[in-house]
Ligand binder design. Structure first.
Ligand SMILES: Nc1ncnc2c1ncn2[C@@H]1O[C@H](COP(=O)(O)OP(=O)(O)O)[C@@H](O)[C@H]1O
Ligand SMILES: [Mg+2]
Length: 459
């Protein structure tokens, strides 16, 4: 990449020099992460930066791109934009591959400013925080929302939204919470120990327990001659609590547990079961069946295409959301609301975990983690071992250690049961991304490693 030559720039452009650098670096990092760059044999850059008064134009060398369509796709523009605070991006392919990025992040002129979550504003013990809307802060009762699907691209704020829901319901103290984060409790483990909270490791067992609870309630309703929870509670002295089942990363729901979950969601509504299910992959089969089993309230954070929006909300729209974290569209009760999620902080883990986790991440670990990002997140022992010049046993031991610490999923299998390998979890992804400071030396290293891996996979 050519350094920006400030002496040639108009004053207006040079004021944006920092942004231009940031845009160029982020773009390069994303290209490498998504494995779109052909390793160079000379010092020829992947793109030239061409500063315009209001935007930076990146002019690509098409020979250095593995997949021009991917660089021009809405998906690429979406992920780049969301890592650049929602800056507008346009791609063109007329006489060359161009990517144009506005220097300035979008001005949020719609009045939707993120407000910190204030639990003392909770309207009732079963209300959960949605966010700022143009009619003021919005909270909705989990009883009214009934069953909720939260979808949206990676890192746009799905898990954070769930944290808000959980914190509010704990604060309210009326609902019983059953929490499963798909990541060995690294997200929701911090809430264990609260009254009314069950943090589950074995989803299957938890679902069986819930099915028993629902079956009991069926009997109680029959005895009392009622057909809904509010009706039951209005007549009986012993009230039944709403059961809120929070599931993050629905894509990690073990296949064996899917039928039980689908059954619960379909049957549990009348008996006070409220599932809230978040996923990055709403088109997965299990999620599709759940949606049909009636997740009536839908929440979409920004997504790349109208098709993604269609899958989550049943209508387009979420692809047009400003690509900033926590921006969301909610369909509920035939209404469509745009909101900016509250700013939600998460409590420290009660255990010594953060400290010990830090020490688990050596520099090399971090390099491996970043390398995995270039492999679509797959940990393939042979490839990792080759890239880092170690033996296979080293890579296998690392993958097992990382599975135990929640950095990798267990070995995933295809339909026929053949092992596909372990995949990186959001936790490790976050480590890999947060440690990155985008400096050029790091990127050069990474390009080198990716190149080594490619060479060894050809051999
Ligand atoms: N409502 C929010 N309040 C504060 N930070 C947020 C919020 N939403 C997202 N973030 C930031 O974005 C990061 C990614 O959000 P996360 O919920 O983990 O995304 P997802 O689950 O969609 O991958 C968080 O670690 C946090 O730094
Ligand atoms: Mg998440």
């Amino acid at each position: 990449m050519n350094p920006l030559n400030n002496s040639l720039l108009t004053p207006q452009v040079s004021a944006y020099g920092g942004y231009a650098q940031q845009i160029a670096e982020r773009t390069m990092r994303m290209l490498i992460q998504q494995d779109l760059v052909v390793p160079g044999t000379t010092n020829a850059p992947v793109f030239y930066s061409w500063p315009r008064p209001d935007r930076l134009v990146l002019v690509f060398d098409p020979m250095r791109l593995k997949n021009i369509e991917a660089v021009l796709s809405k998906r690429f523009a979406h992920s780049l934009s969301s890592s650049l605070n929602g800056r507008r991006i346009a791609t063109t392919n007329t006489r060359g591959v161009f990517l144009q990025v506005a220097y300035e992040p979008p001005k949020i002129g719609d009045g939707l400013k993120a407000q910190p979550l204030d639990l003392s504003q909770q309207p009732s013990p079963v209300h959960v925080p949605i966010g700022a809307t143009n009619k003021g802060p919005l909270w909705l009762s989990i009883l009214d929302m009934d069953a909720v699907l939260v979808g949206g691209s990676r890192r746009m704020g799905k898990t954070r939204f769930l944290h808000g829901v959980i914190q509010a319901l704990i604060h309210g103290g009326e609902a019983k919470l059953i929490l499963w984060d798909g990541k060995d409790n690294v997200e929701f483990g911090r809430y264990s120990g609260h009254r009314n909270v069950r943090v589950v490791s074995e989803l299957g067992q938890a679902l069986q327990k819930l099915i028993q609870e629902i079956t009991q309630r069926v009997g109680l309703f029959r005895q009392a001659g009622v057909s809904s929870l509010p009706e039951y509670n209005s007549r009986q002295p012993d009230k039944l609590a709403p059961l809120v089942l929070v599931i993050d990363e629905a894509a990690f729901i073990p296949e064996a547990d899917q039928p039980a979950l689908i059954n619960l969601v379909a049957r549990g509504g009348a008996f006070g079961l409220h599932p809230i299910i978040a996923t990055q992959k709403p088109d997965a089969q299990a999620v599709q069946t759940l949606i049909k089993a009636n997740l009536s309230t839908r929440i979409a954070l920004p997504v790349p295409t109208h098709w993604d929006s269609q899958v989550i909300l049943g209508r387009p729209g979420a692809e047009k959301l400003t690509k900033i974290k926590g921006r969301l569209l909610l369909t509920w009760n035939a209404r469509l609301v745009e909101a900016q999620s509250f700013i939600i902080s998460i409590p420290e883990m009660p255990s010594e975990k953060p400290a010990s986790r830090q020490s688990l991440m050596t520099d090399e670990d971090l390099q491996v983690a970043r390398f995995l990002l270039t492999q679509e997140g797959w940990f393939q022992a042979a490839t990792v071992a080759d890239a880092f010049g170690h033996g296979r046993e080293w890579a296998v031991a690392l993958s097992q250690r990382w599975e135990r610490t929640g950095y990798l999923t267990p070995v995933q299998r295809d339909e026929k049961g053949h092992p596909l390998g372990r995949k990186i979890t959001d936790t490790l992804r976050r480590e890999a991304e947060s440690g990155e400071d985008g400096n050029m030396e790091n990127m050069a290293n990474m390009e080198n490693l990716v190149f080594k891996a490619q060479v060894s996979s050809i051999q």
